[in-house]
Design a protein around this ligand. Structure first.
Ligand SMILES: [Zn+2]
Length: 432
């Protein structure tokens, strides 16, 4: 494949000086931009969050296109990403245990995945030759993000919920972005490329450019024009139940990778706002300030994901937890950057009438309208009693949704409701 190889010098790296013999050359973020950096030789088996690469490690020093280069690029990115997340994961273990297997070439497929047994990567055809998904730091840190979230929130795994599945994909992309920002060379380059205004399409927001090119050659509409997915996008929240199951990349669908872009976009906008707030000179933020913003956003994201229940409106729950800062003193997402997390992720979140803060709902009598049971709604009712009522907009207008426990309570008041139902919000009465 046609790889551009533009090594960055030691001065551009700027990280702690490591003897050349202990360094290894790797891709900075993805093979398609093709920018190499010299990094300290990683130790995949280092705890916490150790990895297990089967077989003997190849000697470092291979050039792009060799198995050695692929191995050390993957190992360096995975070590860097895990080192970023580890302080936010007290257990220090993966969901499956102390060591996560990494299988760098499982055969022919333009794909990669985490399956609770290993990180699995593949190779496949592209117009310029063969591409290896395990050679992209963007992709390996996305898959590692699945494993991180699985360790933080194992109950999300396999949850039959559009938003739970999409949040897993979004967390993978957010993991790729935050892991990339742990490289000083990349922080400096992105600030230069964007003029310090982070919320614009850049190498940071464009994820997995090379795999995107390979997939686009076979399925022109399946991915973005210049990458696999872009964290800078204009997608706003819609109830995934009302979206098509599949759609071209320019449209939003309920397919998890597609729908993930809503949350990732809101997160990226909040990250940009965090940087602007932290910068002593907001017109010229420094790479140290960008590093601090990435660390704060990692803290906020993990805290938000950890504390909310797995419910059907998981996006709004996490977004509300992230912007509320409840249970945390610092850091906070600045108010001017909360808007998209609040409103774009779920318009109802902006009203505060969501999740833990939602008021129990009563009803005025025996005339509560009912709709047919919605199995997809039923899946998410995991809130404590009395708290599992929240409202959501739908095509039919704003409705409120109650948990079975609350509905039993309402039934005792003569509402005659049986099982999960939707209540007409305008005809329901809030009672605290
Ligand atoms: Zn994924």
């Amino acid at each position: 494949m046609a790889r551009s190889t533009r090594p960055r010098g030691a001065a551009a790296r700027g990280n702690a000086v490591t003897p050349a013999a202990q360094q290894v050359s790797v891709w900075e973020d993805d093979p398609e931009p093709g920018i190499q950096v010299a990094r300290p030789l990683p130790d995949p088996s280092k705890r916490p969050l150790a990895y297990n690469f089967p077989g003997r490690a190849p000697a470092p020093g291979g050039q792009p296109g060799t198995a050695s280069f692929r191995y050390w690029t993957a190992a360096e990115a995975l070590r860097r990403g895990a080192d970023f997340w580890a302080p936010r994961m007290p257990s220090g273990n993966w969901e499956l245990g102390a060591r996560l297997p990494v299988l760098l070439d499982q055969g022919v497929d333009l794909n990669a995945y985490y399956d609770r047994r290993a990180l699995n990567f593949f190779h496949g055809p592209a117009p310029s030759g063969t591409v290896y998904s395990g050679e992209s730091p963007d992709i390996v840190c996305h898959e590692m993000g699945h494993a991180i979230l699985d360790a933080i929130k194992p109950q999300l795994w396999g949850a039959a919920s559009h938003e739970a599945a999409a949040f897993h994909e979004s967390f993978g992309d957010m993991s790729a972005i935050l892991s990339a920002l742990q490289l000083q060379s990349l922080r400096t380059a992105i600030l230069h490329d964007t003029g310090g205004h982070l919320y614009q399409s850049s190498r940071l927001s464009r994820l997995a450019e090379q795999l995107g090119t390979a997939i686009r050659a076979q399925h022109p509409d399946a991915v973005n024009p210049d990458c696999l997915r872009n964290a800078v996008n204009s997608f706003t929240y819609q109830d995934p139940i009302n979206l098509p199951q599949m759609a071209p990349a320019v449209q939003l669908s309920s397919e998890p990778h597609s729908f993930s872009r809503v949350f990732t976009g809101a997160f990226f906008e909040a990250l940009a706002g965090m940087l602007a707030t932290k910068a002593a000179d907001c017109s010229s933020p420094t790479e140290q300030e960008l590093l601090a913003a990435s660390q704060d956003m990692g803290d906020i994201l993990v805290a938000g994901a950890r504390q909310v229940p797995v419910v059907s409106n998981f996006y709004a729950q996490v977004a509300a937890a992230m912007v509320s800062g409840e249970r945390r003193q610092e850091p906070r997402i600045p108010a001017h950057s909360q808007g998209r997390l609040r409103a774009a992720v779920d318009p109802v979140a902006a009203s505060g009438d969501v999740g833990r803060g939602a008021a129990p709902i009563g009803c005025g009598g025996g005339d509560c309208p009912r709709s047919s049971d919605r199995p997809d709604r039923r899946l998410g009712y995991g809130c404590p009693d009395g708290r599992a009522v929240w409202s959501r907009p739908t095509a039919a207008g704003r409705v409120a949704i109650a948990s079975p426990a609350v509905l039993r309570s309402l039934g005792s008041r003569g509402c005659q409701l049986r099982g999960p139902s939707q209540l007409d919000h305008r005809r329901a009465r809030l009672c605290r």
